[in-house]
Ligand binder design. Structure first.
Ligand SMILES: Nc1ncnc2c1ncn2[C@@H]1O[C@H](COP(=O)(O)OP(=O)(O)OP(=O)(O)O)[C@@H](O)[C@H]1O
Length: 252
């Protein structure tokens, strides 16, 4: 198996809070990799470190053969790492297709805004971006909603639109932060199906999720965090029988 994303002794401290503490993990190319842990375990902080949204306190991050520690988010994205956020970040007053098109420019919040403001740049490759945008909507099964305003979409559709936008940069690896949060079972099934389909198409998926059914059902490997510390990394069966993991979830 080829390693695609990994960390060594990764730490992020906020004053006295050790949000991520000496974490070593590694994701193999082509797998669906889950990150779980109780509230405040450090999962989102870990995503923020991996994507350059937060600087590391200590430690290293590697993507394929190179080190990416502390690279700015746009560079990380350009290398092939895309993400979605725990709180959906869409332009609510814009149409679905426009929201996807913005993804071709970049994914960070400021740069997305830039893309909206400097619309001239967007127009340069308008035709190409338009066609690519339609293709992405087709991929997430939302072509029929291309002209809807984002704010009128169902929760499940908003999540899938976010994923479509993240795909615009043709990522090798997609990080999704709680994609099933707040979804009904039907919407959850749809997003799981989409992530599995993208994985089959060759994208490595890293998913933070509280829904254990989702995690245990779809992940090849799972990293368990608790209070910033890694408790375990292994298959669903392995982590489920790990005594430290059981204790963290159920208490003594
Ligand atoms: N910007 C920040 N400043 C100070 N403390 C922070 C900051 N971001 C996160 N923390 C703290 O770091 C710890 C880990 O938080 P994080 O959001 O990464 O956990 P999580 O596992 O994603 O939690 P949840 O499942 O609730 O989303 C928490 O104690 C949190 O309060």
């Amino acid at each position: 198996m080829t390693k695609i994303l990994s960390s060594e002794n990764l730490c992020k401290y906020f004053g006295g809070v050790r949000a991520v503490d000496q974490v070593d993990f590694s994701v193999d190319k082509g797998e669906i990799f889950g990150i779980i842990g109780p509230n405040g375990a450090g999962k989102t902080t870990l995503f923020n470190l991996l994507t350059g949204t937060l600087g590391v306190t200590k430690g290293k991050i590697y993507f394929k053969d190179g080190e990416i520690t502390n690279l700015p988010p746009q560079k990380v994205t350009r290398l092939g790492i895309a993400r979605t956020f725990q709180n959906i970040k869409l332009f609510e007053e814009m149409e679905v297709l426009e929201n996807v098109k913005i993804g071709f420019h970049t994914q960070t919040k400021t740069n997305m805004l830039d893309a909206v403001l400097k619309n001239n740049k967007l127009k340069e490759d308008e035709e190409k971006v338009h066609l690519e945008g339609l293709k992405l909507l087709e991929r997430v099964n939302m072509l029929d909603k291309k002209n809807n305003l984002a704010k009128n979409l169902s929760y499940g559709d908003k999540r899938r639109l976010e994923i479509a936008r993240a795909l615009a940069v043709k990522p090798e690896i997609l990080l999704v932060d709680e994609p099933a949060a707040g979804m009904n079972p039907h919407e959850t099934d749809e997003v799981v199906e989409l992530l599995e389909q993208l994985n089959k198409e060759g994208i490595t998926v890293v998913i933070i999720e509280h829904d254990m059914k989702v995690i245990m059902g779809m992940c090849d490997e799972i990293l368990v965090l608790n209070n910033g510390v890694k408790l375990a990394q292994g298959t669903a069966a392995e982590v489920q029988k790990n005594p430290e993991v059981i204790e963290a979830y159920l208490g003594k």
